[in-house]
Design a protein around this ligand. Sequence first.
Ligand code: NDP
Ligand code: PYC
Length: 341
Amino acid sequence: MSAGETVHLTLDEVRALAKAGLAKTGLSPDHVDAVAETMVSGERDGCASHGIYRLLVAASSVKSGVVVPDAVPELSEPSPALVRVDGKGGFAQLPFRLGAPLLAEKARKFGIAAMGLNNVVHFAALWPEVEELTRQGLVALAVTPSHAWVAPAGGTKPVFGTNPIAFGWPRSSGEPFIFDFATSAVARGEIELHRRAGKPVPDDWGYNADGHATTVAEEVLSGAMRTFGGHKGSALAAMVELLGGPLIGDMTSLQSIEADGGRGGSPIGGEFIIAIDPAGFVGDLLAEYMKHAEVMFETITGQGARLPSQRRYEARKKSLVQGVEIPAALMRDIEKLLEES
Ligand code: NDP
Ligand code: PYC
């Protein structure tokens, strides 16, 4: 089988595979449902590193005992504008589902509200969550630390997670403006996909264990990844650690990898989400100020540049009709997972 061979799937088939694979791991049905949807969203929007490939990652996290498969998340309100969901060691998707409606309600009531998800296992992209809030007319920001895999600018030893930042802005016309990126040079999932495909990585993605730049994916995975944008990405990665860790009473990426104890599971810890009602500051003038935002977007696209998420929305349009292609080798690994007793 050549590395380039693919298998065609409809999105319903992706969903069925994800659900069957997750159920096989022993996850409770409500977790299966919530987790499968993020994998479908990833494939649907052309985000292979966080699509159905994550089934293998999630299954391995459950098998290694990192995830509590039947965790029942618990919702609380530490103060009027704050929501907390204790995930009790389960995957993060169900706690988000539980807390998001109250977060949105509080944002509308107070103008701004924040939610901390605690004690969750996180392997997913953040944009589906931000998009859900943004589609309700809210501005949203989400961050989560991960495992200490990334060296600070100027160093070569891991301290930060790949620490994504996702931001969403609702638009009166067209799809919401959303970006979501790791503060590492690339997401770790991307390096894992290179390793699976036997492909070298660019020499500015990370260091080997001796602190030297390398193009060997395995060496970066066992050495240290780099932040994007030098000291700027490094400072943003530190911000994500602080907001998604100590601020909400949860772990930093250093603590998360220590808690993993070599099991190789997905990151354990917290996620921090802010939701803002854009009418808060400007009230009746909202429509007018939204127009200024639209002028900015049009000035970006008008010169041939694209908006973040544009590629995703285009991929979505196509995959909803045509389905998706996944690597044949990945399909084989998923089938193996489904055949395991
Ligand atoms: P990418 O580099 O693939 O994309 C980053 C963002 O930039 C996207 O919003 C993308 O929009 C946008 N973008 C890319 N190219 C352009 C361009 N030319 N012009 C304008 N916008 C552009 O992201 P990463 O690899 O850093 O991260 C991938 C995913 O991994 C994220 O969804 C993140 O949440 C997830 N992740 C999760 C972690 C976790 O701990 N849970 C840890 C790290 C990452 P578009 O999608 O339309 O291309
Ligand atoms: O791709 O860096 C990553 C990642 C870490 C946790 C989930 N995704």
